[in-house]
Structures are given as C-alpha cells and as structure tokens.
Design a protein around this ligand. Structure first.
Ligand code: DNO
Length: 391
C-alpha cells in the first residue's frame, strides 16, 4: 500500500518536511479554505498540488470533497450543488488527483464523547461512551422520542450519569460530540458557532421524513450523476463508512454493514464507485467482522484507513492498538490484493506531549508516527513472507 498521511494544509503544525522524514509517501488533504458546496477551481487545486510536490511528496487522496446536506436529504438546491461537485471533480481530474473520499452521513460526521480518555500507560485515546451520547441526545439536545432509541441498560447508566453531570461536563460533551470533532473535517458546526446545539437542531430538522430508503435513493442519484466525470478522468470515489456504524440521533445511516456496502456498490455498479475501507469505523459495530469485510470488498476499495476499535460491554467503544491482530490481517489482505492502494493510519493516541500541541482530535503527531511505524513494519514482514513463498 502507499503510505499516506492526513495533513490539514499549510497551517498544519505538522509540516510536509516532517512527514518526509518519517517515511510518508503521499498526502491526504482537502481544500479546507473553500466553503462546502463551492467549486474547487483548477488553479486552487494546482496550487495545493504543486505545494505538496515541492516537498517531494504527492497529493494521493482528497479527503474529503464534502457532499452538502442538500444533496443528502434531496433539497431544492441539490442539482446546482451536484453540478458544482462535478466541476470540482473535473478540475481534480485535470490536475491528476484521482482518489476522492467523501461520506454520506447526515448532519454528523464521526462521533466521539471523549477525546482524551486515559489509558493505563499514560497515553490518551478517543472514546465513545454510549450512555454519555444518550445523555447528550435526551437531556441536552432534548430530541423528541430520544429515550425510546436506547435500551434499558443504557438508560440506567444515563440515570447514574445525571447525578454527576454539571454545566461544565455538559459543555464538554457538546464540544466533543458536535464541535471539536466536526469543524476541522469541514463538518457542519465550527468553533465559531455561538449556539451549536440550536444550529444542530436545525440541521436535524432537515431530515424529517427522510428514512434509510430515501437516503439510499439520494446517494444513488448523486453517484449516477457524477459517474460520467469519474469515468472521463478515471477518478475513484470512495465513501467513508458511517462512524460509528450504528443508527444515531434518529438519523438514517446507510453505510454501516455488509448489506449496506453491497447495496450501494450494486446500486451503481461502476468500479469508480468504491469504498474507503475504514477498519476502525467498521469495527466499532459488534455486528461487523472486519477481516471478512476486507476480504470481500478489497477489489472495490480505493483507500484504506488503518485503525481498529474494541467494542466494550454496553456498546462503548475505544480505539485499540494498531498492532491488534485484526488490523494485521486487514493489512495483509490489502498489501497482497491491492498493493498500490493508498493507506493512512488514523486516530492514534496522544502521547509524549501531543496533548499540548492543539492538534485536531484524533490526529496527533507522535501517536500517528508510532502507528505508521507499526503498520509499515507489518507491510515489510508481509512482503517478505510473500517473497519467501515465491522462492
Ligand atoms: C474522522 C474521519 C472522517 C472522514 C470523513 C470522510 O476522523 O475519518 O471525518 O474524513 O467522514 O468524508
């Protein structure tokens, strides 16, 4: 696989020069300064591409070219927004940037409740606490009918939490779930929103009456519209699985499991319609066997996110070590079946001073560098095995 790294542009404290020193080959980035829905002009694309190349690296993957909410819920504006999306893809294609990651999650991109969960060894990790998430849903968002979406055991935990929560811990929860994890990935809420909860409620309202089938139809509509430009420039689209791969906040979610993946791939059976194999997102659902999914979908995978989660009793989940045997197997499958596919490590721990650097949630330097070292070691061992087998 091609060793890539998610880099957030010239303002990222982690510089391209640093990345060259640690064995990164390709860059994963976005034009973060362009508002969602606006066209990425050829000039802007080339500016970024040449900047990356001037450091001896290449722009391997766009993550993300964001899909606006109106495309997802099928709003009045969707055809104009799809036309802009097509224009951006054509400009990327002309510049030779040909792998594009996006997601089709309504309103909320990835979800975590804790960005700094202590590990016994002194590092910290991202964490999803199901009871805290339910607390946010029921008592902060005050979503109608929210209680009914949680089982007894979770509701009992929520009751216990209620005894402990104060204004400060509620504010932290809001920040973690809808602010700090969203703005930097071009999500809907940014640090500048004065009342993020009110804004979030307005966004949820857009999806009234949109169920999973309607969302699927809208995804198909979008994919069919963009396939011609993808074929023309040989652009591989790769949807990111829903993170976590579960129904949340009463929203439809349609990239959560084997049947979902099969459905969107079959709905638009063009090889340019593919998957970002995020082993971490998929493994956050106890229903997913991440190794067999990797085997099944390797041929339609255009981008790999190397990380893995442990689902805990009660439905919490935690990012696990990149040395987890499931991840070793996933790396083996892609290294053997899709040797050139871009891969980036993802969501590594905060360690050795990362916490004081103000990095984006989940995107530490030392933690990710260690993870990249681990995955690179696996790749070297796997290639060595393959060479030995051939002899
Ligand atoms: C979180 C990321 C996601 C991902 C988008 C792709 O860390 O994996 O934000 O980039 O969902 O569109």
């Amino acid at each position: 696989m091609e060793k890539t790294w998610r880099w957030f542009g010239p303002d990222d404290r982690i510089t391209l020069g640093m990345l060259r020193q640690i064995g990164v080959e390709g860059i994963v980035t976005s034009l973060h300064h362009i508002a969602n829905g606006d066209v990425w002009t050829y000039d802007e694309v080339m500016k970024m591409k040449l900047f990356i190349e001037s450091h001896g690296l290449r722009w391997s993957v766009v993550e993300s070219l964001p899909v606006c909410e109106a495309i997802k819920y099928g709003g009045d504006d969707r055809d104009r927004l799809i036309a802009n999306y097509i224009e951006s893809l054509a400009n990327l294609g002309k510049a030779g940037v040909k792998t594009v990651c996006y997601n089709f999650m309504p309103v909320l991109d990835w979800a975590r409740t804790d960005l700094d969960y202590p590990n016994p060894d002194g590092t910290t990790n991202l964490y999803f606490n199901r009871a805290e998430f339910a607390y946010f849903d029921i008592f902060i968002l005050k979503r109608e009918g929210a209680q009914a979406d949680y089982d007894e055991a979770t509701l009992l935990r929520v009751d216990e939490l209620r005894q402990k929560m104060d204004a400060d811990s509620e504010r932290r929860l809001v920040e973690n779930i809808i602010v700090k994890t969203q703005g930097f990935v071009n999500g809907n809420i940014s640090e500048n929103d004065l009342d993020p909860v009110a804004r979030f409620r307005e966004l949820l309202d857009l999806y009234k009456g949109i169920d999973a089938d309607a969302l699927r139809a809208n995804m198909k509509y979008f994919l069919e519209a963009i396939m011609p430009v993808c074929r023309e420039y040989d652009i591989n689209m790769c949807v990111h699985p829903d993170d976590p791969p579960l129904q949340i906040l009463g929203l439809p979610r349609i990239v959560t499991c084997d049947a979902d993946i099969e459905a969107f791939l079959e709905a638009v059976p063009d090889p340019h319609n593919g998957l970002t194999f995020c082993a971490g997102s998929l493994s956050a659902g106890a229903h997913n066997d991440v190794v067999s999914l990797a085997r099944k979908y390797a041929s339609r995978t255009h981008f790999v996110h190397a990380r893995i989660c442990n689902v805990l009793p009660g439905g919490d989940f935690k990012e696990a070590s990149h040395l987890d045997p499931r991840l070793v197997e996933v790396v083996r499958i892609f290294e053997r079946e899709r040797p050139g596919v871009p891969m980036r490590v993802d969501h590594a721990p905060l360690m050795l001073g990362d916490g004081e650097m103000g990095y984006n949630a989940g995107y530490s330097f030392h933690g990710r560098m260690l993870a990249l070292g681990m995955v690179s070691g696996m790749m070297a061992a796997i290639n060595n095995e393959s060479n030995t087998e051939k002899r």
